[in-house]
Write a protein that binds this ligand. Structure first.
Ligand code: ADE
Length: 229
């Protein structure tokens, strides 16, 4: 059973992941529990402030440490399981399939998502948090990034996907893009399914798929090959 705690200013933004069939199946099978906690419930003033102006000047607002620490300390005690504390921020290490696999082996994840220009640095330091970015672009908040991480991790939990073998076949699981897939009909608008896939020769099919995966990767993502061959 994996427990994922999410500390966020917008718990309602996470509703769409609960609608996902994989997350639903995982929760129903008790493989997963996702718990959302609103950082604003831990605001410490009459205005319910969670952000303030940056010391030293500059544009925008910064997430204050007080409400995040109080929220974290409350959430941490909700379960005795330990696991990595993760801040979603463009300052983080780039998220990828390898990290998803690593995180899928944890018993617990605590994800912290922010808004505004960023987190007060003492949040990262004080909570011993690791920073994860989902790519070199800036989102308006960490919620989408947290949902990306949750989705990529949850589908790797054993039993979460209907067909057990399908997660291992994914793009990137072997450092290659996936081979082309076809389903019925055999001919669609003059485009025919490659004969080999209809041949019933499983060895040849496996060979062809590997070849296609390599060619695609060479063409579209040559950077992936550098690390693997
Ligand atoms: N918050 C804003 N942009 C982000 C990104 N690219 N990755 C993770 N969290 C973010």
């Amino acid at each position: 059973m994996m427990r994922i705690d999410v500390l966020t200013l917008f718990p309602e933004a996470f509703e769409s992941i609960f609608a996902s069939s994989i997350v639903q199946r995982a929760q129903k099978k008790d493989l997963l529990r996702i718990v959302l906690t609103n950082i604003r419930d831990f605001a410490q003033d009459n205005y319910n402030s969670v952000d303030d102006k940056p010391y030293g000047g500059g544009p925008g607002m910064v997430m204050m440490p007080g409400p995040v620490f109080d929220c974290f300390e409350h959430v941490e005690k909700l379960s005795s399981e330990k696991g990595p504390v993760i801040l979603l921020t463009p300052q983080g290490r780039k998220f990828g399939q390898k990290k998803a696999v690593e995180l899928s082996k944890e018993k617990r994840l605590i994800l912290i998502t922010g808004r505004y220009e960023g987190f007060d640095e003492r949040i990262r330091i004080g909570l011993g948090a690791e920073q994860i970015s989902i790519g070199d672009f800036v989102l308006s908040g960490g919620e989408l990034a947290a949902m990306v991480v949750i989705d990529a991790v949850v589908r790797l939990l054993e039993g979460a996907i209907g067909d057990e073998s399908s997660a291992g076949d994914d793009s990137f699981s072997e450092g290659l893009l996936e081979y082309p897939q076809y389903t019925r009909p055999e001919v669609f608008r003059d485009m025919k399914v490659p004969d080999i896939l209809l041949s019933g020769d499983h060895e040849k099919i496996a060979q062809w798929r590997r070849q296609m995966a390599l060619e695609r990767t060479k063409k579209h993502r040559p950077d992936l090959l550098k690390n693997n061959f």
